[in-house]
Design a binder for this molecule. Sequence first.
Ligand code: MSP
Length: 702
Amino acid sequence: MQTANKFYITTPIYYVNARPHVGHAYTTIVCDAVARYHRMLGDDTFFLTGTDEHGQKIVRSATAAGLTPQALTNQIAVEYRALWDHMGITYDKFIRTTDAEHKRGVQELFRRIQKNGFIYKGRYSGQYCVYDELYVDSAGPGAPCPECGRPTETVQEENYFFKLSEFANKLLKHYEQNPGFIRPETRRNEVMAFVRSGLRDLSISRSTFKWGVPVPDDPEHVVYVWFDALSNYCTAIGFGSPDKKDQEQFAKYWPADVHMVGKEIVRFHCVYWPALLMSAGLPLPKSIIAHGWLLFEESKMSKSRGNIVRAETIVDVLGRDALRYFLLREVVFGQDGSFSFDAVVQRYNADLANDLGNLSSRTLSMITRYFRGQVPYPAPKASHKPADDAIANLAGEVIQSYKELFESYQFSRALEAAWSLISAVNKYIVDTEPWALAEREENKEENLARLATILYTCAEALRIVTALVHSIIPDSTARIWGQLGLGDISAFRLDELKWGQLQLGTKLGKVEPVFPRADKNSIEKMQQLEQSGNAAPSSAPVQPAGKGAVAGQVASQSAVGESRSVTSKTSAGAVAAGPQIATLAPSNTIVNDGKITIDDFAKIELRVGQVKVAEKVKGADKLLRLEVDIGTEVRQVVAGIAKAYAPESLIGRKVVILTNLAPRKLRGLESNGMIIAASFGEEGVPVLATFLEDVPVGARLK
Ligand code: MSP
């Protein structure tokens, strides 16, 4: 990948014989991440996607659906476009091969190649695979397609032919002189072997159906669907238009910098397309990058195998970034990768909710609390500890390695590099215990200076990671950027990123959790959506995770209610402080001797919760306001534990929460639940109930 001043990237255009699934979304998400990255480098970027609507395959699918080809293509093209919009894909143009401008451009390309003497009329007699829209010269009558294994059909037609055989040597020379033209290396080797084995002329028209672009001056024929489809990369940016502006646009963006394709369509892009361009006297794309397949239940996700998952399902339950992050982190780019709901949830929880989410909420809430929400001034460099410098140095290294890895399409490794910084900073926070510094009474000034250095270091590292991974997880990073008080992240230039740019005194924005934790319900929810085919229609508005649209575990920050302080005096080991239990259980559930029945106990809903946000309540020295993830939602709870626990020490901690306590108000704050603690001694010191083993958020105690 290069950082030219202009950057033109394309997805393949998608067949409209079936609805989009996660496999299609994968190609598009990769391109979107690359396009966003280039925009952040300041490149004049053009990102093209669209739909491939002609050919025999579409005619057959339409017939099977009882529709005309135009009706089917209109329906599916709208779905694709709506899905990309729903997913926040930043395409600059969505082309349909049924667009009049495209048809005109295809005819113009055909004419040019004809004029240059590379097209002739002949008779084709051989096998054709309708599924791949591929001439299979090597197969005899009835033989299966070597690409997909489906039966081929015998075709005998008078056709137009392209003199592909004349281009074998020119192509080989081009591959040799441009080692980056086909990537990865394995695909390059396959293509070179294919071309070395000899190329036959290619039939580029069909006369047995009409659903296509008519051959210029011979409307009995339509242009072969792959000639038609490949031309979109030129027609979309103005090729073949009489309009001067379109011509200028074509001159500006062509040749494409990247054609991103799945591995099964490499031959069309690396052999046919460059030969067609050479014959038309047009420059060749700079690179064709092939990715692997997304497998579901061990085979390529595809409609014909019936093993598809829709992108909307993941987006609507976990948010757009969860899907993007999973695909770029989990799948080693270029190789096949497996998809499963479990794996998506695991990645989301471990890397986003825990690692990045905790770094962000801890750092920002401590700055809010200790420095009134303004980025503090670090102490002079001379007083820095080796651990502070180590973070700054690591950040510098990570910026460089992230860029190198991303620019060579090693997205998974690039993310690993970014996460090495996140982990280091999370460890730095645990080691330096900033909350303890803040609470310590002696050497107040010295401690404050040290605290400022630590929190500046954390915030600066958070800013750097956020900028780096923005093109991959744009929604959540835009929110973190806003919470860091830095405004609109899209205005930030990645090529200028370096340590120390975070302005001292920057006023933080409103600090809110960005990645609500996903639990088992999320998996069930996704499975149900797939089974019922009920994912929200692509055109439904989507909000990023944490903004309220994430089913099953949305932060309902406006939740009402109250828990009372748990500090009232009871004996250690009690489930909870006495007075709360008394009001909790209606009097008719208490049997005479003070014992309750198991049915009574069953009414008490205790669950495992995880603290997402913790802060002191103004004017109440015993109270903390907590936001606790209980699996199905995030509850606001006001708890009387401020004397025993620093708010920062609670973030990420698993607690026991009484979830069916009637809501109440405390110090004007609504509290909805009660955190369970033992309480002992004269002061009623609370000790939070906790677990030695790892327990999932939302698990019920019974
Ligand atoms: N219409 C042609 C492309 C013409 S480009 C001039 C086509 N369409 S497609 O809809 O079948 O595939 C489009 C893209 O989606 C390809 O890059 C393909 O690899 C990708 N995927 C479809 N299923 C996929 C997976 N299961 N996994 C990863 N990508 C997959 O080919």
